[in-house]
Design a protein around this ligand. Structure first.
Ligand code: TXA
Ligand code: MG
Length: 344
């Protein structure tokens, strides 16, 4: 397939790109579009055949449901029952933004979207290309992240082209995604609501206003409520070792491991500790105390390591709070081993 690619940072291409992409969605095609979290691979959510093409293009298991992207509450009502009190309040408080709510599904939504569940995931992105695309299409858009199944989500144009050139009808490129990690998924069909996937809207922010069931954090062996969370995910080709602990012990441990294969190793290190790492390929995770910076670059750096043919990635870990929870959640799914060094 010849993919039509538009640079949305150019005003002229912007108009033509939105028009082509909207027409493609309406006629059952596939469009890759940017959001503030990661790039998505979209199709008309009300067209079962179009939706089935998403699963084919990604190589995604059909029991993993998709998120439906809408522009406003009116469009959310087409696919879901959002007039439940906690859901409505949460949507008003955080949408548009990097959050997805699980609601009761309406009959209009094909089973292919929800993998046969009676619930549906709804998200209202704030990124302007995403919003303009949904509005111009006039239909809700079902979209998973635009990576091949199992790979890290694409957060920059080169990542998208790597996985989707030749697979989607249209690709809209608009630079790096602001957050670089997928939306927070909150199940609003239960009370108290449950965070099924940590993301850019943090547990701390949500719990200011909403009662949250935190049992998911405590009981990790429980069957995952977000079906996608059971799959191994976000995986670069290189092996991934996460190393947590005090600064000195983490630096020493990583240096020792890198020495076993100096050529084939790369280290993802906090800016403050970078200079203490003895390795030819060190990537910055930004400031240790600003987990937003680390989260923004994690997937992009995994992909860059693959491009460079790296065999082993060693990464430092931010504090597991705020958006740092999303970082650790994704890292643990990508990691072959998580080393927890004793605090000295
Ligand atoms: O930021 C994001 O959420 C991105 C952008 C493109 O919007 N999308 C994304 O989609 O990350 P995806 O398909 O990669 O992840 C969707 C997650 C999966 O873990 C899936 O199992 C879960 O949401 N999910 C979807 N529908 C669900 C439902 N009805 N009940 C529970 N979990 C659901
Ligand atoms: Mg995904």
């Amino acid at each position: 397939m010849k993919t039509r690619i538009y640079d949305m940072t150019d005003e002229n291409s912007y108009r033509i790109g939105i028009a082509d992409a909207a027409k493609t969605i309406r006629s059952g095609g596939l469009v890759v579009f940017p959001t503030e979290t990661v790039y998505g691979l979209g199709a008309n959510a009300l067209d079962a055949e179009a939706v089935s093409r998403i699963f084919l293009a990604k190589g995604r298991p059909s029991d993993n449901p998709l998120i439906i992207h809408v522009t406003d509450m009116e469009m959310a009502d087409v696919v879901s029952d959002s007039d439940v009190q906690q859901a409505e309040q949460m949507m008003k408080a955080f949408m548009p933004g990097p959050i997805t709510v699980i609601l009761k599904k309406k009959q209009t939504v094909p089973d292919a979207v929800t993998a046969g569940l009676n619930t549906v995931a709804v998200r209202m992105p704030e990124q302007r290309v995403a919003r303009d695309l949904i509005a111009a299409s006039g239909v809700p858009i079902a979209a998973p992240s635009a990576n091949l199944s199992g790979k890290p989500s694409p957060t920059a144009p080169e990542d998208v082209l790597e996985d989707m050139d030749g697979k989607a009808d249209v690709i809209l490129l608009d630079g790096e995604c602001r957050y670089g990690v997928e939306s927070t998924v909150v199940d609003c069909t239960v009370f108290p609501a449950r965070i099924l996937r940590p993301g850019a809207i943090t547990q701390e922010e949500l719990s200011v206003t909403f009662a949250l069931d935190e049992s998911l954090n405590r009981n990790e062996s429980e069957r995952p409520k977000a079906p996608g969370m059971k799959y191994r995910h976000y995986k670069p080709n290189a092996s991934v070792t996460a190393v947590c602990g005090s600064d000195g012990s983490v630096v020493d441990y990583i240096n020792e491991r890198v020495a076993q294969d100096p050529e084939g190793s790369a280290v993802l290190a906090f800016e403050e500790l970078k200079n203490r790492i003895v390795c030819a390929q060190v990537f910055s995770l930004g400031c240790r105390d600003i987990p937003m910076q680390s989260t923004h670059v994690l997937f992009a750096q995994f992909r860059e390591c693959d491009r460079r043919g790296i065999r082993h990635i060693y990464t430092m870990c931010p504090k597991e709070e705020g958006i740092g929870r999303a970082f650790m959640n994704r890292l643990q799914k990508a990691a072959d081993e998580v080393i927890r060094l004793k605090q000295s």
